[in-house]
Design a protein around this ligand. Structure first.
Ligand code: HEM
Ligand code: HEM
Length: 132
């Protein structure tokens, strides 16, 4: 398994744990009301920790393993791979803090970083495919 896949998988497991903990807290009256008292939407925070942090990042990691294998090529750029992984994680945590506290600056800046990381990932994975 290459290091980019490994890092993305390990991070995705971490978000599954973190997102599920938040989900659990959403299920109990007392913990939920303290989360809602932060002023934002803990449900959106939970949804993105799970769907971006766990599911999307898991898919990113798996594609960096199977795409080069299936097309008998190699990963276009590990550097770009690490860069978009760092951006996704920074962006997600900033966005999630924005969702929890309803702070527009955190929401929009985090979302921009996330979007940039998605574009970089798409570029890198498409360049890693051999179209023959
Ligand atoms: C221990 C694991 C989990 C627990 C305890 C949990 C709990 C919850 C709770 C209580 C809500 C409702 C929040 C509300 O409406 O205020 C919720 C919503 C949600 N959960 Fe989870 N969850 C878990 C795992 C997951 C996983 C693994 C995913 C996705 C991969 C996920 C995705 C979502 C989404 C997308 C919503 C929002 C649904 C909507 O918009 O109504 N959850 N979860
Ligand atoms: C650049 C990346 C992304 C941005 C900026 C973003 C932003 C948002 C925003 C602002 C909302 C709230 C909409 C509202 O006010 O109701 C939302 C909801 C949602 N997003 Fe994302 N999102 C991103 C990526 C994703 C991805 C990759 C997934 C799934 C794989 C996802 C799944 C969802 C779901 C399920 C909801 C509804 C949750 C609920 O209503 O509880 N998002 N997103």
């Amino acid at each position: 398994m290459n290091s980019l896949t490994k890092v993305n998988l390990l991070l995705s497991f971490l978000y599954l744990l973190l997102g599920s903990l938040l989900g659990l807290m959403l299920g109990y009256k007392q913990t939920a009301s303290s989360l809602f008292s932060m002023g934002g939407s803990p449900t959106l925070a939970h949804a993105h920790l799970q769907l971006v942090g766990f599911v999307t990042q898991m898919i990113v990691g798996v594609t960096y393993h199977i795409v080069p294998m299936l097309s008998r090529g190699k990963i276009n750029s590990f550097k770009l791979g690490y860069l978009h992984t760092a951006l996704l994680n920074a962006g997600l945590l900033i966005q999630v803090w924005g969702f929890l506290t309803d702070r527009i600056l955190f929401k929009s800046f985090g979302s921009l970083l996330l979007f940039a990381s998605i574009v970089m990932y798409l570029f890198n994975i498409l360049k890693s495919m051999k179209w023959r």
